[in-house]
Every structure is written in structure tokens, then in C-alpha cells.
Design a protein around this ligand. Structure first.
Ligand SMILES: *[C@@H]1O[C@H](CO)[C@@H](O)[C@H](O)[C@H]1NC(C)=O
Ligand SMILES: *[C@@H]1O[C@H](CO)[C@@H](O)[C@H](O)[C@H]1NC(C)=O
Length: 363
């Protein structure tokens, strides 16, 4: 039987066997996350999702299970089993988005202390510039109920994880990914003001790296750069619902938390702020950056890494993700650059999570 196989088939078999050896030890202590989550699917999308699920299961094993992620996003590599040409890979593994605009809804989360007068004025900036904006502020209680309602049936591991995490900042980090995946729209931390109407955030026409001009409807997610210019800000994020990029980012945070729990010999509820080497890497901006770059690499069939998001002076479309220059969301950090386009939001750096418990405490 084996002897009658053609050489390419034998080659594929041997590659898979090698790969098995490589993945075996990881799979042993990393439960494979399977998600059957779906949002408003048509039969065609369901078919795509089935293909997607298969690919994603392979992908879950590919993502780093280590609690401290590899510091260089540049290490994102193409898994060996992807043999589909790039064009075909793009058409099947990039989800067909809702063809319409981003949901014009702002999602926010308040801590146990509620919304202060300062925060009220920040919130007002969103409504003043976007009169038709829908808006929801979740509390600890309503966020928990939201996650139960939306994820319990379709992705119970996620509902469990959210329920078990005790560190507020980790919960808040995860919550934004869950909302953007399930409902889409705009996530913004409460200490952020809107400076330009959301409808103007995406340029009408975008030039791809290979010189094609595409319309703004190609964009499924928008991220801005912060800090040293190669990390996605997590305080403001915009996405259409159901993107596999966010599904993968959720899986990434899940494995980070499992890794931290494992290496401290505790279960998820036992993880404390002191056990987390760096929140930024575990669930925050660096985690989102690594997860999204890896997801893009996977979807596009080519390495997308830090080099692709460094030193941007105008928005750059990577696959279906639009990356905005530092000026857009982090103008203050960047020293108010004048050669990177408009300042879309201002971050006022309340940093309520920066204490030993990782969040506001109830009094
Ligand atoms: C982990 O915790 C369990 C239960 O407290 C204990 O029996 C075991 O010895 C611990 N293992 C390590 C490696 O610390
Ligand atoms: C990322 O950068 C590399 C090197 O400049 C380039 O070849 C590639 O096309 C870029 N990828 C995307 C998706 O823009």
C-alpha cells in the first residue's frame, strides 16, 4: 500500500509524522481549544467555518503555549502543513465579513467605583462627535452575564475562563476580545476621548503593499500603534464581528493563562497578579499584537511581523487589518508627530489596574 503511493504523498506523510513528534509534547499539556462559535452564518459561511475550524485546530497547536510569549513577534512562522497557494488561502481562511460597515457601537467597562465626572466628560466626546453612536458600559456583573449569555453554549471553555479569572485587568483584557469577536464595534477604555468622528477613521481608499488601491470595505479590523511604535494599543480597538483573528487572540490569552497557572502549580482561580510576569504579555497589548500578527501570517500564508508595522506614517492594510500610525491613538506617547496623519483618540492614562491586585477594589 505504502509502496504504491506517489513521492509527493509520501513526502507529505513524512512531514506530518515529523510534525506530530514536534507537537506531541505541547498537546500533552495544552488542551486543544475548539470553538464552534458562530455569528449570523449563512450556509456558505458555515461551510467556510468548517474548513476554518479544521485549520484552526491545527493552528491552536501552532500558537505558543508558553506563559511568557516569545519576545519577537518576528518569529511568527508559517505552519508546515499549509500548502494552499496564498490567493486560495486568503479566500478560504479570511472570513467573509459582514459586507456593511463596522457596527457603530461603543463598548466600555467600568470598575466597581463606577463612572467619575471626569470620565463622564470623556464619554461625552464620543457622543458629541458621533451622534448616532450606540453605547454600552458594562459593569463587573453585566460583563459576566454577557459572557455567559454569549459564550456558554458555543465556547464553554471561554465562559469558564472568564468566570475563573480573579485578576481584574486580565478579565478586562479578555472581555474586549470577546466583545469584538462576538458583537464587533468599538472597544474603548474609559480614559480615552474621541477626537475625530469614527466614520472618518478609515481612509476611503487604501493602497496595499503591492500597489493596489482598495476600498475601505476591505477593512475588517482597525488597530493603532502605541509605545515604541510596534505594539498595538489595546485601549481602543475596532472590528467587525466574527473575525477569526479575534478568535485566535482569545485562544492565545487562554493558553497564556493556562501556562501561568501551570507554572505556579495553581488552577486559574488561584492566579494572582504577582504570578504574572507581565500583564502586557499575558493578555494586554503585547499579547494582542503577537496573536494578531500570527493570525495574519497564518491567514495570508506569509510572515507578517514587527517589520510590517514599524515606522508607519500612514495607515497600512495588512490583509484585512488596518494598522494606524502611532499618531492616531498614541499621539502623546509619540510626542505629537506631525507627519503621521490625524490624532483620532486621546488616551488620558488613568491606569486603574496598576496596583498589586491588578484593578480597582470594591470598598
Ligand atoms: C503542587 O501542589 C500540590 C497540591 O498543593 C502539591 O501536592 C504538589 O507537591 C505541588 N507540586 C509542586 C511541583 O510544587
Ligand atoms: C510584510 O513585509 C514584507 C517585507 O517588507 C513584505 O514582503 C510583505 O509583503 C509584507 N506583508 C504584508 C501583508 O504587507
Amino acid at each position: 500500500m505504502i509502496l504504491s503511493l506517489s513521492r509527493p504523498v509520501t513526502l507529505v506523510f513524512s512531514t506530518l509524522i515529523l510534525l506530530n513528534f514536534y507537537l506531541f509534547h505541547r498537546v500533552l499539556h495544552q488542551p486543544v481549544v475548539t470553538s464552534t462559535f458562530s455569528v449570523n452564518t449563512t450556509p456558505v459561511q458555515q461551510q467556510q467555518q468548517q474548513q476554518q475550524q479544521q485549520q484552526d485546530q491545527q493552528y491552536q497547536a501552532f500558537l505558543s503555549p508558553s506563559p511568557t510569549p516569545i519576545p519577537e513577534p518576528t518569529t511568527a512562522t508559517q505552519p508546515a502543513w499549509t500548502t494552499v497557494p496564498i490567493s486560495a488561502a486568503t479566500s478560504t481562511s479570511t472570513p467573509t465579513p459582514t459586507p456593511t460597515a463596522f457596527p457603530l457601537k461603543l463598548w466600555q467597562k467600568s470598575g466597581p467605583k463606577g463612572v467619575s465626572p471626569d470620565i463622564q466628560t470623556y464619554i461625552q466626546s464620543w457622543h458629541t462627535l458621533n451622534p448616532s453612536l450606540r453605547h454600552e458600559i458594562l459593569s463587573d456583573e453585566s460583563a459576566l452575564a454577557y459572557v455567559e449569555e454569549i459564550f456558554r453554549e458555543d465556547w464553554p471553555e471561554v465562559a469558564d475562563l472568564y468566570q475563573k479569572i480573579q485578576v481584574p485587568i486580565i478579565r478586562a483584557d479578555l472581555l474586549r476580545l470577546l466583545i469584538l469577536y462576538a458583537d464587533g464595534g468599538i472597544w474603548s477604555d474609559l480614559d480615552v476621548t474621541c477626537e475625530v468622528p469614527i466614520a472618518e477613521w478609515i481612509p476611503k481608499e487604501l493602497v496595499t503593499p503591492d500597489g493596489r488601491v482598495v476600498g475601505k470595505e476591505q477593512v475588517n479590523a482597525v488597530v493603532g500603534l502605541e509605545f515604541d511604535g510596534w505594539q498595538f494599543a489595546s485601549w481602543t480597538l475596532m472590528a467587525k464581528p466574527g473575525l477569526n483573528h479575534f478568535e485566535r487572540a482569545i485562544g492565545y490569552v487562554m493558553r497564556q493563562m493556562e501556562g501561568i497557572a501551570h507554572s505556579n502549580n495553581v488552577t486559574i482561580p488561584g492566579v494572582t497578579m504577582e504570578m504574572i510576569p507581565d500583564v502586557v504579555d499575558a493578555s494586554g497589548p503585547q499579547a494582542i499584537t503577537v496573536a494578531l500578527l500570527r493570525s495574519l501570517s497564518y491567514s495570508l500564508g506569509e510572515t507578517v511581523d514587527r517589520a510590517n508595522i514599524t515606522n508607519l506614517h500612514e495607515p497600512r492594510l495588512l490583509g484585512d487589518v488596518l494598522v494606524l500610525p502611532q499618531a492616531a491613538y498614541a499621539a502623546l506617547q509619540g510626542g505629537y508627530p506631525e507627519d503621521q496623519g490625524p490624532y483620532l483618540v486621546s488616551h488620558h492614562y488613568a491606569g486603574s489596574w496598576k496596583n498589586v491586585q491588578g484593578g480597582e477594589q470594591r470598598r
